[in-house]
Design a protein around this ligand. Structure first.
Ligand code: ADP
Ligand code: ADP
Length: 339
């Protein structure tokens, strides 16, 4: 995929070493798609997560495929073609799939979903289900910033201390990242924002970007949860750095953890790769306090901004993961859980 030049400019700011080595745009793209904090349901992951995509690149995902099928070519199509539409691996691509996808991109509004909630609410845990269901990419500003920190770029260096202390990175940086990212081809049917917007200034900037194409945020999934349960979730979170898979010492331990010894660096390993898990430097009780203060002051007003549009859907995130998943599925449906 060819990135728009504006994206390359922003990525160059984030990860200049790749650009200065004249890395191709597709290599930058691969970079962004190859590390993340969370895996998707397919086991693949990316600093910018992408939906599982049928071989044709038709937009991916079960719903996108079913919609495309309903658009006029399911009946009479051969089974391989239908499999291609609904994203079953190994299916053959069909030019009709691409054609239908283009029609959707041209005539249907983009589906723009915001994952909303405090740190530890479960946004990342449930994101793969949403990605899989809608077939849209997940854009996590936290992941992108961590990638920049990991790559030691100027932006990364500036963001690192703020992030570690639980503060917010400047609006200009994150708005620029998102503005470029949503012009990429995989976002043409829509996208899922995780961790953006976090301030009213970011919200206004997002609305402005969308209004230019006559679009708007279509749903806000509000993970509602009392602050008091978040410290245990955050301080118990362990992640696999390269894939981003997330575990919890008590609620979602890796297979390697010996319950009698509790979580130790030597027995906390990724289920899939057996590589060591780590704890994020900002996942401390102290930084959480600051993050929660920032959340209530800067981020919660965003909900009030979107409630009059009828797009806010609240789930009770203080329940067992599978029950939360079921509520998320209801909230994703057109009328489900509206506020
Ligand atoms: P967020 O992305 O909103 O910051 P995560 O999805 O990473 O939050 O979840 C934070 C931690 O809490 C993770 O360690 C995760 O395993 C755990 N967790 C998520 N949902 C639940 C739940 N419903 N019950 C118990 N623990 C949970
Ligand atoms: P969590 O889901 O645990 O709250 P994230 O991974 O979304 O954490 O973000 C980690 C950190 O990255 C934030 O605490 C903040 O410092 C920075 N960050 C991420 N997104 C934004 C944003 N939209 N605006 C400002 N800072 C951000």
């Amino acid at each position: 995929m060819i990135l728009p030049s504006s994206s390359v400019t922003t990525l160059a700011r984030l990860i200049p070493s790749f650009v200065s080595k004249k890395t191709s745009t597709s290599a930058i793209h691969r970079l962004l798609h190859s590390s993340s904090k969370r895996s998707n349901a397919n086991g693949s992951s990316g600093a910018v997560k992408t939906a599982p995509t049928p071989p044709s690149g038709s937009g991916g995902g079960v719903l996108t495929g079913i919609l495309a099928a309903g658009a006029g070519f399911a009946v009479g199509s051969n089974i391989e073609e239908i499999k291609g539409v609904i994203g079953i691996k190994g299916a053959n691509a069909s030019p009709k799939v691409d054609e239908t996808s283009e029609l959707f991109a041209k005539y249907f509004p983009r589906n723009i979903v915001l994952l909303f909630g405090p740190p530890g609410a479960g946004k990342g845990t449930h994101a793969p289900l949403i990605v899989e269901t809608l077939g849209l990419p997940q854009l996590s500003t936290g992941d992108m910033l961590r990638a920049a920190v990991g790559a030691g770029t100027d932006v990364g260096k500036r963001a690192e201390a703020v992030m570690k202390a639980g503060g917010l990175v400047s609006d200009d940086i994150v708005i620029g990242i998102i503005k470029d990212r949503i012009t990429e081809k995989d976002c043409r049917h829509g996208f899922i924002l995780d961790g953006f917007p976090r301030t009213l200034a970011q919200t206004r900037a997002l609305d402005k970007m969308l209004v230019e194409e006559g679009a708007s945020v279509t749903s806000v999934i509000d993970f509602s949860i009392p602050d008091k349960v978040l410290e245990e979730r955050i301080t118990g979170r362990w992640i696999h750095k390269s894939s981003g898979r997330s575990y919890h010492a008590k609620f979602a331990p890796p297979k390697s953890m010996d319950a009698s010894k509790g979580p130790l660096p030597e027995n906390m390993k990724d289920d899939e790769t057996d590589e060591p898990l780590i704890q994020r430097p900002d996942d401390t009780a102290q930084a959480l306090g600051k993050r929660l203060r920032g959340y209530h002051k800067e981020t919660v007003p965003i909900l009030k901004h979107y409630i009059p549009n009828g797009v806010v859907k609240t789930v009770n995130a203080n329940q067992k993961m599978d029950i939360v998943s079921a509520e998320v599925m209801t909230a994703l449906s057109r009328a489900g859980g509206k506020k």
